[in-house]
Write a protein that binds this ligand. Sequence first.
Ligand code: 5AD
Ligand code: FES
Length: 348
Amino acid sequence: MSTAALLKEISDGDVFDRAAVKALFDLPREDLFARADAVRKDNMGDEVFLRGIVEFSNVCANDCLYCGIRKSNHDVRRYRIEEEEILEVAHRMEGWQQTTIVLQSGEVAADKEDERIERIIRRIKTETRLAVTMSAGNRPHDTYARWRAAGMDRYLLRFETSDPDLFAFLHPDCDLEERIGCLKDLRGLGVQVGSGFMIGVPGETSDILADNILLCRDLDLDMIGIGPFIAHPDTPLAGQANAYAGDTDMFFAAVAALRIVNPKAHIPATTAFDAIFPHAGRDLVLQRGANVFMPNATPGRFRKNYMLYPDKPCVDEDDHQCSGCAAARVWSIGRVIGQGPGHSIKVR
Ligand code: 5AD
Ligand code: FES
């Protein structure tokens, strides 16, 4: 099929199958990127929503093979940020046009931490106008329900890969079915659901990448975050090359295809892109399909202990610096900062 014919076909959204997604990867990259940017503009407009992320605890019970804060990494100093300090960050954010707070942590078994988080969500919803997104892994339905009742608006939980065997290899503590079950629980509770995957984990093929993009569509996600796999030296995957190491433009092609197949999802320009392309990666992603930026809002002194992968940017900055930097980056590419909470635009 010619480029023009393919681009026409893809304007009809749901027609995609694996072969059609793979055909997108093979388009001249400039055509693919331009198309993704146009689909973003038509569906999401020129607003870029700023959602500050607070990495409020790095305590984790899991041993995901790729992750720098896996429980077996004893070089990490474990921390939990106190309730009061999280609230202070939330209050500061409001003055910086950040209308959502994203609270991310490792995954721990249901315990007192769940109650603490419930209290923090309730306080943020009472004391500020922020939308609250949680990202704390697989949790029991009951925990999600309590957080929802406390005011949680959204949840981020990547499925990481759509291939069940690769998922099982990467996650000794969990299987893919269980992960998808959590996403369904959240949807059932009326929570806006975000998921996504890593691009180029060792063992990933272009078939799997295409299926990852299709699974995002099939799950009808409200938000989709994807970013390149980066080998962490203190993990079992140390030294392993990204599957697209020879063609890093594939990382952007993945985002562009993701946008074309998921026109109405919020798609962030994820931090891992800046690890690979310092000071430029996230800007390029915003111009190739993304419409959300998540400035790091974690208090500076904790940042070096939340290294999911090496070369994570912003480790020497604080929340105020990242906020200013994010806004400047949005303006520098001719876009505007999103007003209002930036909820899902999907109607169900
Ligand atoms: N490289 C890239 N992304 C990673 N993540 C965790 N470890 C790595 C890594 N080594 C991503 C996962 C997780 C998100 C919070 O960070 O996709 O869902
Ligand atoms: Fe942190 Fe630019 S976003 S320094």
